[in-house]
Design a protein around this ligand. Structure first.
Ligand code: ZN
Length: 157
């Protein structure tokens, strides 16, 4: 890393430590030519996660939107803000690991529902009813049926 004072590339790292809860490394460097000291940071490059909406528009993944949606669904339920934050983080990690940087809004919703189903059944149904915009009662029944089946499967384990 070239010296900002004299442009020499003969520089040395004199101190290196983790900062920002370990997601970045701060390095103190000294220029061997002019003795100028300066600091550099190294951090992981985070790719943008893009959500493709139903109408084809693209927007950046915003954890706060999902958080708010779940928060409303979980009103008066025994779900803490920490649990919701954790859930959103979990969904974001899954999406980042399984996608090439673009996901459909349907996929985002499915992952949220998957995680919510394990957290709180009522919040799950409230979120599903907003997100899936049911048109028919049969769609609600279908969801309920799947949910019950899931419950039976996990009890059988
Ligand atoms: Zn220098």
């Amino acid at each position: 890393m070239r010296c900002p004072e004299c442009q020499s590339d003969q520089t040395k790292v004199i101190d290196s430590r983790q900062v920002e809860q370990g997601v970045a490394i701060r390095r103190r460097r000294i220029c061997e030519n002019c003795q100028h000291r300066y600091t550099t940071y190294e951090r992981i490059e985070t790719k943008a996660l893009v959500v493709i909406k139903k109408d084809g528009r693209r927007e950046n993944f915003e954890p706060s939107k999902i958080y708010n949606g779940i928060f409303q669904s979980a009103e008066k339920r025994p779900v803490t803000p920490e649990q919701i934050k954790e859930l959103v983080k979990q969904v974001e990690t899954t999406l980042r690991n399984t996608s090439s940087g673009e996901v459909t809004s349907d996929k985002v919703g499915d992952h949220v529902l998957e995680a919510l189903s394990e957290l709180d059944p009522i919040a799950y149904f409230r979120f599903a009813s907003v997100y899936k915009r049911f048109n028919e009662l049969s769609e609600v029944e279908e969801l309920l049926r799947q949910f019950r089946k899931k419950g039976e499967d996990s009890e059988a384990e």
